[in-house]
Each structure stands twice: as structure tokens, then as C-alpha cells.
Design a protein around this ligand. Structure first.
Ligand code: ZN
Length: 218
């Protein structure tokens, strides 16, 4: 009897180790998926103060807009977007041009973590996003203005055209007026975000912010 007991006692630690390893694997996978889902939410990448990108996050396939065919003006020669975002933007601004709507001026695109750090260090408290919290790090966002604009882009006909048509090309106005309590960012009429035509259309029709849309479709 005593012999049997010892043997059983020998098996139990092994069973415990196996069980712990299995549990560890399950929790590890759960944790990994959780981390992935908080950032990606299906196919839509959400970046804000609560959902930051890591310092080493650089989007794949960035293209330099200056080196691509572009139906819009560029504020500088080193503005980058992901290829998909560029292609959608080019299609959109080309369509605008064909409808007689010119004068779009892109001022900003991809912003690296390092660049955000520099901007943050130079700004007053509360003025800039903390590094990793800027949607510009995704390469899916650009800032645009009108060449004729004297500061209030939202008063230009170019802005009106974007408000009516951006979703047809997969873009949303990311920081609408009166939604800063949800987005954490005050009204930015110039900031557009690529989410794809289907999501952009649904977001526009629902009047939701990206945060609310993702929450609702979780
Ligand atoms: Zn912006």
C-alpha cells in the first residue's frame, strides 16, 4: 500500500505541471488574442490614448506620395502613407478633380514614433498626443487643407466635397465636432482616416465615431 501511495504521489506533480502548461498555453493565447483584438478590432486598427502603438510599429508598404502619381498638392516631399491608403486617396482626389474640385493640399501623413516623441517634447502639456497615441503612426491618416484656405478648412468648398464623398473612397472624418469627449481629440476638419468603403459608409450613415463604431460591432 505504502509503495502504491508513493507512486501516485510521483505522478501528481507531473500531472500538475502538464495542467499548468496547458493552462499557461490557453491563457497565453487568450492574452495574445486580447492584445491583438484591442488594437485591431477585426480589420480596423484603432489608435487613441487608450490604444497606443508600440515604439517599433511601422506600417508595411509605406509609399512616398511625392514619388507617386498624385492629383493633389503636397506641402513637402516626404509625406508617406500605406499603399492602400495612397491608392484610395489618389482615386478620391482624381475623382474630385474630374468633378471640377481642385486645390487639395496634403500637409501630413505617416508620423513615426520618434517624430511623435520630438513633437511631444517640444509642446506644452495637453497640446500634443503622447508618443504612440497618434493615428498618424498607422500610415492610414492624412491631414488636408485647401490651397485657398486662410485657416478655416471647414469653410471651404473642398471641405464640403470631402464631407459628401470621402466615404465613397473609404475615408472618414476621424475627429468630428462635438465628439471630443469620445475621441479625446477636439474637432479636426482636416484629418481623414482610411477604413475601407464599407466601414466608412456605415460610419457616415450612423454618425458614430470610430471608437463607437468599433464598440458597437465588437
Ligand atoms: Zn492629423
Amino acid at each position: 500500500m505504502a509503495k502504491k501511495k508513493r507512486r501516485r504521489g510521483g505522478i501528481r506533480p507531473l500531472a500538475l505541471i502538464v495542467a499548468l502548461a496547458v493552462l499557461g498555453g490557453v491563457f497565453g493565447l487568450g492574452w495574445y488574442c486580447g492584445v491583438r483584438s484591442t488594437r485591431y478590432h477585426g480589420k480596423i486598427l484603432l489608435v487613441n490614448a487608450e490604444h497606443r502603438l508600440p515604439a517599433d510599429y511601422v506600417p508595411e508598404g509605406l509609399v512616398n506620395l511625392y514619388q507617386m502619381r498624385h492629383s493633389f498638392r503636397l506641402a513637402k516631399s516626404d509625406i508617406y502613407l500605406t499603399r492602400e491608403t495612397y491608392e484610395a486617396a489618389e482615386k478620391m482626389f482624381h475623382a474630385a478633380e474630374e468633378q471640377g474640385m481642385n486645390g487639395f493640399y496634403i500637409t501630413s501623413g505617416y508620423r513615426s514614433y520618434e517624430r511623435q516623441k520630438e513633437v511631444y517634447a517640444q509642446s506644452k502639456p495637453g497640446e500634443a498626443q503622447e508618443p504612440g497615441a497618434s493615428e498618424h503612426q498607422t500610415g492610414l491618416s492624412f491631414d488636408v487643407t485647401a490651397e485657398s484656405s486662410s485657416g478655416n478648412f471647414e469653410e471651404t468648398e473642398q471641405y464640403g466635397w470631402l464631407m459628401a464623398h470621402a466615404h465613397e473612397y473609404g475615408f472618414i472624418q476621424r475627429y468630428p465636432a462635438n465628439k471630443s469627449d469620445i475621441t479625446g481629440i477636439s474637432y479636426e476638419p482636416w484629418h481623414y482616416r482610411y477604413v475601407g468603403v464599407e466601414a466608412a459608409t456605415r460610419i457616415r450613415e450612423s454618425g458614430l465615431t470610430l471608437e463607437e463604431f468599433i464598440e458597437k460591432n465588437r
